[in-house]
Design a protein around this ligand. Structure first.
Ligand code: NAD
Ligand code: UDX
Length: 480
């Protein structure tokens, strides 16, 4: 029986290993983590992450061929294949702060693998890492190996949160990078055999190590670039009377461009896009390619501009002040169908509104009050100018309300700001919401999910990203 151990029971390690266990009954999978709390949650009925379909997959294999444990060293030493799926955040201190990937967790995992291994192993990079990380990992492992043979593979993960199980069941592709040596080819084949249980062979791409590592950064950069492109267009649409949804539709009909990932929004969030582009920018700089670095940096700058623009639009439309006004924030997660709030645009928008002294009432079906308070009190790392920005004061954090119902959040509010495209926000009773709000009642849709005309007929003053402005908004121009 092939034994797999995955280090890191997070958003990637957990779902990925659960699907491998489900699809490969003959493989034993153990997911290990240093976080006792996380492992306890995986071993309970309340999984640590919300992901549609995940509960079902975990239920089918937990205790059979899928296990979660804090005995990291024991399970690593017993495994044939070790996936490393630890976090690789942006460095906040020292050389490369604000851009480079922080590989502290990765390095400590690699040293531990070298320490505890008593048999040959395939070590798989599942985390997103800078190009050439495999070389560094190889050095750590071989210099400490005591004669054991380690083969390093790069097998980046392309799942998106909210659709992780679907993505893992039917991946567009599985990418495996390995050394171009007989031992490297053997290791690639061993990992290919695991995926071949359910992924068609023509979807498993094998490359050299560096192409696999770089392809992951490139894919995320291309995806984020599409969003910044359409978001940049949304600003021009508002200035000209064009409708960004119509422009996206027309542009996406070109089969060379395609219709996906062209939804204008208040900005992209999530733990990957910004981090991976900053990492790419750093790698370009380090390789003496400042023009290429600046090109990709612009994708993040437009994303920041979009969030600022949204806050400014809210404030300027409401007579240039939101001081003391109640703003209902609908949605806090970075996208629908997840409870993840990492880099969610809601954090910057809420901080911007609180900066103008708004009183916030926040509702998200999957994000707890503790999480929201943690996010808003956390020091924000400014990627462009590595300084720590002031967090919100404890009094300001306490002053905001987190409620468990959209109607409660919007009661007596001066404005509603939609931050996440949860399906339930599309079907709310907006007449009821309008009736219970202060007048004039404003609605700012950061996700283009409401029917603008219908809401204007109810009486709302509606702003929806990239949609033609009504007279009120035209009369109160936002300064970006
Ligand atoms: P995460 O923070 O949810 O999980 C990482 C886990 O690793 C944590 O539970 C942490 O406790 C554990 N860990 C850290 N060091 C450890 C060690 N030495 N030993 C044991 N456990 C350790 O992160 P994530 O979202 O799952 O991302 C993991 C990697 O996958 C990152 O490199 C990320 O860029 C990449 N990725 C993420 C996504 C996504 O949608 N979240 C998608 C594709 C790729
Ligand atoms: C992303 C990549 O899609 C995935 O392949 C990679 O493995 C991890 O990073 P994720 O961040 O989980 O996945 O979600 P994604 O669906 O890509 O959305 C990222 C952000 O972009 C969200 O805030 C989303 O709301 C936003 N977005 C997405 C838009 O604003 N417009 C779009 O058209 C698509």
């Amino acid at each position: 029986m092939v034994k797999i151990c995955c280090i890191g029971a997070g958003y990637v390690g957990g779902p990925t290993m659960a699907v491998i266990a489900l699809k490969c009954p003959s493989v034993q999978v153990v997911v290990v983590d240093i976080s006792i709390q996380r492992i306890n949650a995986w071993n309970s009925d309340h999984l640590p992450i919300f992901e549609p379909g995940l509960d079902d997959v975990v239920k089918q294999c937990k205790g059979k061929n899928l296990f979660f444990s804090t005995e990291v060293e024991k399970h690593v030493s017993e495994a044939d294949i070790v996936f490393v799926s630890v976090n690789t955040p942006t460095k906040t201190q020292g050389l490369g702060a604000g851009k480079a990937a922080d590989l502290t967790y990765w390095e400590s995992a690699a040293r531990m693998i070298a320490d505890v291994s008593k048999s040959d192993k395939i070590v798989v990079e599942k985390s997103t890492v800078p190009v050439k990380t495999a070389e560094a990992i190889e050095k750590i492992l071989t210099h400490n190996s005591k004669g054991i043979n380690f083969q390093i593979l790069s097998n980046p993960e392309f799942l998106a949160e909210g659709t992780a199980i679907e993505d893992l069941f039917k991946p567009d592709r599985v990418l495996i990078g390995g050394r171009e040596t007989p031992e490297g080819a053997k290791a690639v084949q061993a990992l290919k055999d695991v995926y071949a249980h359910w992924v068609p062979e023509d979807r498993i791409i094998c490359t050299n190590l560096w192409s696999a590592e770089l392809s992951k950064l490139a894919a995320n950069a291309f995806l984020a670039q599409r969003i910044s492109s359409v978001n940049a267009m949304s600003a021009l649409c508002e200035a000209t009377g064009a409708d960004v949804t119509q422009v996206s539709h027309a542009v996406g009909k070109d089969t060379r461009i395609g219709p996906k990932f062209l939804n204008a929004s208040v900005g992209f969030g999530g733990s990957c896009f910004q981090k991976d582009i900053l990492n790419l920018v750093y790698i370009c700089d380090c390789n003496g390619l400042p023009e290429v670095a600046n090109y990709w940096k612009q994708v993040i700058k437009v994303n920041d501009y979009q969030k600022t623009r949204f806050v400014n639009r809210i404030v300027s439309s409401m007579f240039n002040t939101v001081s003391g006004k109640k703003v209902a924030v609908l949605g806090f997660a970075f996208k629908k169908d997840t409870g993840d709030t990492r880099e969610t645009p809601a954090i910057d928008v809420c901080k911007g509104l609180i900066g103008d002294k708004a009183k916030l009432s926040i509702y998200d079906p999957q994000v707890s009050e503790e999480q929201i308070q943690r996010d808003l009190s956390m020091k924000k790392f400014d990627w462009d100018h590595p300084t720590h920005l002031q967090p919100m004061s404890p009094t300001a954090v306490k002053a905001l309300q987190v409620v468990w119902d959209a109607y409660e959040a919007t009661k007596d509010a001066h404005a509603v700001a939609i931050m996440t495209e949860w399906d339930e926000f599309k079907t709310l009773d907006y007449q009821r919401i309008y009736d219970n709000m202060q007048k004039p009642a404003f609605l700012f849709d950061g996700r283009n999910i409401v029917d603008v005309e219908k809401l204007r007929k109810i009486g709302f003053i509606v702003y929806s990203i990239g949609k033609p402005l009504d007279q009120w908004l035209k009369d109160m121009p936002a300064v970006a």
